[in-house]
Design a protein around this ligand. Structure first.
Ligand SMILES: Cc1cc2nc3c(=O)[nH]c(=O)nc-3n(C[C@H](O)[C@H](O)[C@H](O)COP(=O)(O)OP(=O)(O)OC[C@H]3O[C@@H](n4cnc5c(N)ncnc54)[C@H](O)[C@@H]3O)c2cc1C
Length: 422
């Protein structure tokens, strides 16, 4: 057998100590799926495809990180309710479930040849490609902010070292210091996330006995997720500590200066001992570079199956896609991933495909055992993923309800982590 150059580069992946594509090279016709991104979106697609196809599909997950720290529950780490290890997971069980895992980055996608170029120069051919790279940050959406500035004013909106830096700075604060949060415009990952984070900041300051410290939230949006119940909780647990400002109140966020720690609005300049700047967001670079995003910066999909509207051989799940009425959340990513996996399996192995059904719930912890939630079911409709019946926590709920919400959120975390990482 003569090996072509393309097959040879594919074979060189063996250097990554992964058993890739031997069947394809030997001429067997196992359909190949490549998944880019090992978060709750990509990880779930990869595991469900391998598991449900009983090995009939050759699945490769491309993810540079050997250890994945979840953004979800990172606020609980900020609040001291979880340690860092408990929100960090590896891919050992993903491998055991029959998925080839390559710890490299995908550099580009050749959509004509149906190949993914990897950072080690190998190429992975695919029959179907799943792109789930999460978000990239638009650093320049906040004047003065940059990737370098994030080392001083952490965003912590991508997990890992940024979250650790945020916590280090939080723990170093003295009574009387000011935390300034700059919130992102829509659409962004985890709509209630910034406000849960503010609650966790306040919880830590209260626990340390701070009497004079303040948290100023500068928001480019006029309203935010679960606003009424958040604000009621802030008044109950942290009276006078958290000040939320909408655009009418601050007049516009003019910029940040990492050298002085200043955050400027149209009406005031704040000296922040800790500035948490969360800029605007867009789909991860690999999705944009592959030409799968529209002018919004995110990737349009067919709500019936999560297939890219731009390339029928590619599926986009998670934060990188345009999810219609669904929020960008790990719960949504996991739900979309199951729909994508079912449809890909149907296409490649003729297995039965059921109508797409999606769901989401976002829990937010305001204070110990005081947890609020918002959620809904979704299905395709009006050309998008359309919201059906939903629910949201109400003001004045009993302690028991809030405590039960917290327990539910812990169960959900264990469930989604098992779904994604095995
Ligand atoms: C503070 C905070 C709190 C949150 N809390 C919640 C919550 O309580 N509940 C909830 O449901 N959601 C929550 N979220 C949102 C949730 O974390 C995201 O919506 C979710 O992680 C999106 O999953 P994803 O798989 O699309 O992307 P990600 O989780 O970002 O995973 C993408 C993966 O792709 C990889 N990747 C990127 N580019 C490449 C490339 N070129 N090649 C290979 N791999 C690549 C990355 O390394 C990454 O591992 C929270 C987010 C934040 C910031």
């Amino acid at each position: 057998m003569t090996l072509s150059r393309r097959k040879f580069t594919t074979l060189s992946l063996a250097a990554l100590s992964m058993p890739v594509f031997a069947p394809a090279v030997l001429g067997q016709a196992k359909p190949r799926v490549v998944v880019i991104g090992g978060g709750p979106g990509g990880g779930t697609v990869a595991r469900y495809l391998a598991k449900d196809s009983n090995g009939a599909i050759d699945v490769t997950l491309v993810e540079p990180q050997k250890n994945f720290t979840t953004c979800f529950f990172s606020n609980l780490y900020v609040g001291g309710f979880r340690d860092f290890k408990s929100i960090t997971h590896n891919y050992d069980k993903v491998r055991k479930s029959g998925v080839h895992v390559a710890h490299v980055s995908a550099v580009s996608v050749d959509r004509d040849k149906k190949e993914v170029l990897l950072s080690n120069k190998s190429k992975l051919p695919y029959d179907r490609l799943v792109i789930a790279p999460g978000i990239d940050l638009k650093f320049d959406s906040v004047p003065g902010y940059s990737e370098e500035a994030a080392q001083i004013m952490p965003h912590a909106w991508k997990p890992g070292s940024q979250t650790e830096l945020l916590v280090k700075k939080l723990n170093a604060l003295k009574d009387g210091d000011t935390i300034v949060m700059v919130c992102p415009p829509n659409p962004y990952r985890c709509p209630p996330g910034p406000y849960e984070r503010a609650s966790m900041f306040a919880h830590v300051l209260k626990k340390k006995g701070h009497k004079k410290s303040k948290i100023v939230i500068l928001d480019p949006k006029p309203t935010f997720s679960k606003q009424g119940v958040f604000m009621e909780g802030w008044e109950k647990h942290y009276p006078g500590m958290i000040e939320w400002q909408d655009p009418k109140m601050h007049g516009g966020i003019k910029g940040v200066d990492p050298k002085t720690g200043e955050v400027k609005t149209d009406l005031a300049t704040y000296k922040a001992a800790l500035a948490n700047v969360i800029p605007a967001q867009m789909a991860g670079k690999i999705a944009r570079d592959a030409g799968l995003a529209d002018q919004s910066g995110f990737c349009p999909i067919d709500p019936e199956n999560m297939r890219s509207k731009i390339d029928a051989n590619i599926y986009v799940v998670g934060d990188a896609c345009i999810p219609g009425d669904m929020p960008k959340s790990a719960f949504s990513a996991n739900s979309q991933a199951k729909v994508a996996a079912m449809n890909i399996r149907g296409e490649l192995t003729q297995s039965r495909v059921f109508p797409a059904r999606y769901s989401n719930t976002c829990w937010s912890l305001i204070a110990p055992d005081d947890d609020i939630k918002v959620g809904a079911n979704y299905e395709p409709g009006e050309g998008k993923i359309k919201q059906g019946p939903g629910f949201v926590s109400q003001k004045g709920e009993s302690d028991d309800i809030r405590k039960a919400n917290y327990r539910e959120s812990l169960d959900w975390y264990n469930g989604i982590v098992a779904d994604t990482f095995g």
